[in-house]
Design a protein around this ligand. Sequence first.
Ligand SMILES: Cc1ncc(COP(=O)(O)O)c(C=O)c1O
Length: 374
Amino acid sequence: MNFIPVCEPLLNGNEKKYVADCMDTAWISSSGKYVKAFEEKFAQYCDVKYAVGVCNGTQAIHLALRALGVGKGDEVIIPNFTMIATAFAVCYTRAMPVFVDAEAETWNIDVEKIEEKITNKTKVILPVSIFGHPCEFDKIHELARKYNLKILEDAAESHGSEYKGMKTGSLADITAFSFFANKNITTGEGGMIVTDDEDLYDKCRYYKNLCFPLEGGRTYKHNDIGYNYRISNIHSAIGLAQVEKADEYRAMRINNANIYRRELADIEGISMQNTKDDVLHVHWMNGILINPEKYGRTRDELIQHLKDNGIDTRLLFLGMNKQPSLLKYGCDCTNEYSVSDNLHENGLYLPSSSGLDETTIIKICEVIRAYSTL
Ligand SMILES: Cc1ncc(COP(=O)(O)O)c(C=O)c1O
């Protein structure tokens, strides 16, 4: 078997044509027509009014927090089981990330444990739809209403997913996406914020562009401190081509996940992220959790064995409570996070590119099956 990477992008639409157009017309920075076209098309894809393109998903979360007015002295509730960018973006605003453990079925933030972490400093709940499984938004909205909080979804891994028939992007006050190369749709590096709130939209556009005034000429007078988070025309050209294919790529990811589930279902000691009935899970990555007693091998032994067979894997995220950087920043890392701990200690994710074929997935699963000692 050739080496199978954990993820590689699929660029089989209009990407080359649109990028060539940028080159031919010399519109290569952030002013070209593809930025607007990509933003409009992505907003449409998410069933929302507004979208703002930025250079990556981390910036998208940061900018959204800034637009929501989060700053020093505030607290933002985030899942303990997430990629570090969720927490770092909160730190950039000088607010404090507060962690909530994952729940065992979906690996998403445990909504039953959010309320106990809400204080009079809490300003925002920042759920992350892990690996493309939407969070339990009804409960999150109930809490946001009760405590007058805003909801920012980190949907970096969740393009095109749905909760009770509603598209991700339309489920929160504001939503941040990443278009890193391993995401279901990609621009290489890139990000997007979407919202239905015109005020948040304007604030994102304002802060993203060094706080140049949104209207009027350039006086070079800046009333606030802003950022240069402008996405380029070239990245947007790739993004537009990708959104045109978003449903196709989504179907491929879901199909891959179905094959993994079918092939791994009867292997003792291997389990996967469960999918709730009322969601459309887009399966950015296929994570597995090993029970060493039942499987007969440890997670690290399996990773090495897969590597020896040319199969790339990654660990599941290390919990935020275990991050030296966040401890140094002053986060409260003292509580128990048993679900996140288990995910990191016994979990890994398998190759999940949209373009994987069924034969390859079956072979990967056969390697896993044959390695069990039981
Ligand atoms: C949950 C989550 N949030 C944020 C990010 C950050 O996105 P980016 O790498 O585009 O900055 C990622 C990226 O992998 C992610 O998985």
